[in-house]
Ligand binder design. Structure first.
Ligand SMILES: Nc1ncnc2c1ncn2[C@@H]1O[C@H](COP(=O)(O)OP(=O)(O)OP(=O)(O)O)[C@@H](O)[C@H]1O
Length: 407
């Protein structure tokens, strides 16, 4: 018997459940598609494009809908000789200034053997280079800036590009900017002139409800899974679970994919509801693990201090117990400790991430309120995560528990 045999019961084409798969149809987003089409109509007419700003939480289809509609737009404009449309995408994660966005745009527009250095130019020079490149491409150019909120308050470029034509910097090209963001605060933080320009057309992507998610999952499952691979209620359970939690299609698809993997690993011929529950727990766990790894240095220190108390069976515990431990661990790790109140903010963050449970308690007659903390996740999970903290010198009790687990 072979060690590996091809799946014949659960996954027909599992790549279709992966993050980077681009669906060829969009379900449950009619109103958004209508608004987006209206915003893009000037492009088909050969007119100056409008700038569009898309916002909504993570996983609600901003990228998928944009890719789908811009592909359609490119195909449909080919029918008109007087429209020459080019679309360029730039992911702005880690680009925290107009300068960096401009340099990366220049390099996106240029060929790979003709890139410019990411530092060393005056800002105006980079903008001029960008205008030259845009004019060289010519026609209508749509620049899609994904995760645009990373640019922060240094947002001049979002004003400059759309205005460059009327300001006489561009002659042969009609540029349009499509900004995408899942940070609701970003729109408010834009300077008024940028807001007026970039947010000419705004499209809000609301979280999906269970009915919409079910439609998305059904369409995807039709091709990704074999016909009898889902037991009754499985798809609606994935949809309902994700709708109640985040309303994200990504979460719903991840749940179905994970549940399928669990069924396959168990040699089952179909996915059961119990696989969805198990998948939810596994995904939650890995999200929490990731949350712990991505904490700041002081978040790591506060976590280790609380873990030390938990291992000594001193939890639930109060800030006044955690703080001295935190301070000692910080000193051993060559970090200046924060004052108690600031460290308490980090404990509150850990509670918000679902790592700690926090309960308010009253101090009896003397009045006053205090909080008690304890882990709301399995300690083994925390010990595993802490093992990877490179910036913290671990106290002996914690180091010992790690060794015991790794043995
Ligand atoms: N309406 C839809 N129809 C079909 N698939 C969808 C739909 N909406 C989202 N998806 C799928 O859900 C996943 C997440 O969607 P997408 O990446 O577009 O979200 P997003 O809003 O851009 O999220 P982020 O802000 O995190 O980038 C993708 O796999 C996408 O194909």
């Amino acid at each position: 018997m072979a060690t590996f045999t091809r799946d014949t019961e659960i996954f027909r084409d599992e790549d279709m459940l992966r993050e980077d798969y681009q669906p060829d149809s969009i379900a449950g987003r009619e109103a958004v598609l209508d608004a987006y089409k209206t915003a893009l109509q000037p492009v088909v007419n050969g007119a100056q494009p409008r700038n569009v700003f898309l916002y909504g939480k993570t996983g609600v289809g901003k990228t998928a809908v944009s890719r789908y509609l811009l592909d359609e737009l490119q195909q449909d404009t080919m029918r008109y000789d007087d429209v020459d449309l080019s679309v360029f995408w730039l992911n702005c994660t880690n680009l925290s200034s107009s300068y960096q966005v401009a340099v990366n745009l220049v390099n996106t527009l240029r060929s790979v053997d003709d890139q410019i250095s990411t530092t060393g130019y005056p800002q105006q020079r980079v903008f001029d280079l960008l205008y030259e490149e845009l004019d060289t491409v010519g026609g209508t150019v749509l620049l899609v800036l994904d995760e645009i909120d990373h640019i922060g308050t240094d947002d001049e470029i979002l004003y400059e590009i759309p205005r460059a034509r009327s300001n006489g910097y561009l002659t042969d090209v009609k540029p349009g900017v499509i900004g995408i963001s899942n940070d609701f605060g970003f729109r408010e933080s834009l300077s008024p002139k940028v807001k007026d320009t970039l947010c000419e057309e705004e499209i809000h992507f609301s979280p999906y409800n269970a009915v919409e998610l079910e439609e998305i999952l059904h369409r995807r499952a039709e091709e990704a899974l074999y016909d009898d691979a889902t037991g009754s209620g499985v798809i609606s359970l994935c949809a309902a679970t994700a709708a109640q939690d985040t309303g994200s299609a990504r979460q719903a698809l991840d749940l179905l994919y994970k549940a399928g993997e669990i069924a396959r690993a168990g040699d089952q011929s179909r996915i059961a509801e119990s696989d969805v529950y198990e998948a939810r727990n596994k995904l939650e766990q890995s999200q929490i693990e990731q949350g712990m790894r991505e904490l700041t240095k002081h978040g790591h220190l506060a976590l280790v201090a609380t873990l030390q108390l938990a291992l000594e069976e001193e939890t639930p515990t109060r800030v006044r117990e955690i703080f001295p431990r935190y301070r000692a661990i910080a000193r051993h790790s060559d970090v200046d400790p924060l004052v108690r109140r600031r460290m308490h903010d980090h404990l509150a963050d850990l509670a918000m991430l679902g790592i700690l449970d926090r309960h308010g308690r009253n101090e009896g007659r003397s009045g006053g309120q205090y909080y008690e903390y304890q882990f709301s996740v399995d300690l083994d999970l925390v010990i595993d995560a802490v093992d990877d903290f490179e910036n913290v010198t671990l106290p002996r009790t914690v180091a010992r528990s790690i060794r015991a687990r790794n043995r």
